[in-house]
Design a protein around this ligand. Structure first.
Ligand SMILES: [Fe+2]
Length: 297
């Protein structure tokens, strides 16, 4: 069911240094050689990038610029109905362009004075510890390509629309940015792979796919929902569970489908208390304790 699966196409570099993004045959851009060549070139930019340097500029085609315009406009209408107030205020504060795709460097320069965050280009999947750990240093790894223009409302992988309209707007909120950072510190602190996965699942079910009660309605704050044209209309019909660390940290999810179990925070304060409080001082031992208590029940 999920339209915007968090799936990354593998990126390979051959012995001649040629970079290839291995799109699945089902990918809307699979049979488009021009798109494929651009994806390879964009992946190369990310692989060659060194932290501390500006994010390299990407050229987008006129069709891709049109995808951004259409999706920005449609999502803006949906945000007004379905997004939490904290996100709407942050979006207003950031003021992303709606008529063209902003460069990651440009969004970094808009975000830094607000909350300190900036982007790092990612060619594809970033290992969990790097991805989350970098949040502690105010860095957000981001893809730079955009979905294929033949399917403006569908992408099988996270693209710049997800990274910027979903995460960028969220990172313009002081309160959400603080949560991203504390999750990053947690990822740095834990040592075992199990504990790291627990930390990342709590992130997944909150900052990627979280929903929140607001003025008697269910609203969304997760970047994955707020950047998905389809999912934003569906989340109210999903199974909604209370915000529970043990459940979030141990629930399996299928990254290729809509999230059919979502966790509801009762307010921003509640989210900060439960998820923020957990990330602030969790370690391998406390996570093992929470996991054991779930297995017993
Ligand atoms: Fe994401």
């Amino acid at each position: 069911m999920m339209e915007e699966a968090q799936y990354f196409a593998p990126v390979n570099t051959d012995e001649h240094g040629e970079v290839t993004v291995e799109l699945a045959t089902s990918h809307p851009g699979f049979a488009d050689p021009v798109y494929r060549a651009r994806r390879n070139a964009i992946a190369r930019l990310a692989l060659d990038h060194r932290r501390g340097d500006p994010v390299p500029e990407t050229e987008y085609t006129a069709e891709e610029q049109e995808v951004w315009r259409v999706v920005s406009r449609e999502l803006a209408a949906k945000h007004r109905r379905y997004a939490v107030g904290e996100f709407l205020a942050a979006k207003e504060r950031l003021g992303l362009p709606e008529d063209r795709i902003p460069q990651l460097q440009e969004v970094s320069e808009m975000l830094r004075p607000l909350t300190g965050f900036r982007y790092l280009p990612a060619a594809g999947l970033v290992p969990l510890r790097d991805f989350y750990g970098s949040l502690a240093d105010f860095y957000f790894h981001s893809t730079q390509y955009i979905r294929h223009h033949s399917t403006p409302f569908y992408t099988p992988e996270p693209d710049v629309i997800h990274e910027v309209i979903g995460h960028g707007n969220t990172l313009a909120s002081d309160r959400f940015a603080a949560l991203y950072r504390v999750a990053g510190h947690a990822a740095r602190r834990v040592e075992t792979q199990e504990a790291l996965e627990f930390v990342s699942k709590v992130f997944w079910f909150t900052l990627e796919f979280g929903v929140m009660a607001e003025a008697g309605e269910l609203k969304a704050y997760g970047a994955g929902i707020l950047s998905s044209y389809g999912e934003i209309e569906e989340f109210r019909g999903m199974t909604i569970r209370p915000l529970d660390l043990a459940a979030m940290g141990t629930t399996e999810y299928d990254i290729t489908k809509y999230q059919d179990v979502l966790f509801r925070a009762e307010s921003m304060d509640h989210l900060e208390e439960v998820a923020g409080g957990f990330w602030a001082d969790c370690d391998d031992e406390s996570i093992a304790r929470i996991t054991r208590s779930t297995v017993r029940t």
